[in-house]
Write a protein that binds this ligand. Sequence first.
Ligand code: BDR
Ligand code: CA
Length: 321
Amino acid sequence: MTKMKVLFDTDPGVDDAMALLLLARHPRIALLGVTTVFGNASLDQVVFNALYLKDQYGFSAPVARGAGLPLVVAPGEPPAFVHGDNGLGDIPLPVRNVARADMIPAHQLIIKLVRAHPHEITIIAVGRMTNLAQALAEDPGIAPLVKQVVIMGGAFGYNGHCGNVTAVAEANIIGDPHAANLVLAADWPVAMVGLDVTMETVMSDQYLSDLATTGDDGTFVRKVSHGYQDFHRKTINLDGFPVHDSSAVAYALHPEFFETIDRPVRVIDHGDSIGQTLAKPEGHDAESCDWAGRPKIRVCRGVDSEAVLNLYRQTLTGRGV
Ligand code: BDR
Ligand code: CA
């Protein structure tokens, strides 16, 4: 079986931890690197969490420390009300981890892995895109050497889903809109798995209870996501929680689960609408418009939610394909 070589850029984060588990357990994934970025918790905390997950899940890929601040905008407070004070739903964490962070910074690990495996690396980015933007700035030549970039981020209003931080902005984009703009303008194939589809796939309380009976991985998912589930019940009256970061992994493995449209995309980087992702309207073909020179991005606008939920459950129970 040819494995998909994956670099995972992440801010663990409850749903990041769940996506990393999917990557660690799926038989078709070769996880080559994990790069961390500030977001769901401080940089120190997300590095600690990624190393904890490395010990917990038993993967061998290096974990690198990445950006602690956005490129231009002021950093926001970490969303402890969503992911807990420690970013992992306030489950008890050890005082120290066995695993150690890689010697080189995240953006350089990205460059190193892409250069070592030209045209083979799939980057799955589920946090602020600051590390990717820094890698592009240091070595712009990597872009055409990347097989694909799959992003969890953005929202285009499909299925009625717009922002989750403001009315129009999703967290990973508004957290560093300038970095997102650079990533969406670069010469690499990008797929965006935004709120339009991640909000459509929900792990219900029943799904999570059933998963918890399947073994240690399912029990861990149940444990780490308690507070996260509570947050979604209290704020949007959901039975369970939406599947954000694992949907990006699902797309990388099974793009056929998703319905897509190809449009150039830009990010509003100032003013009231900061963080909004805008796809060039269909039929608007003027050369001198705001999307001029931007490549087409594959935007997900529909999803087979059952298929995504089955993939997650089957992978954790050793039946993933
Ligand atoms: C995204 O923001 C973070 O809180 C989650 O981990 C996910 O990547 C959802 O908007
Ligand atoms: Ca994330």
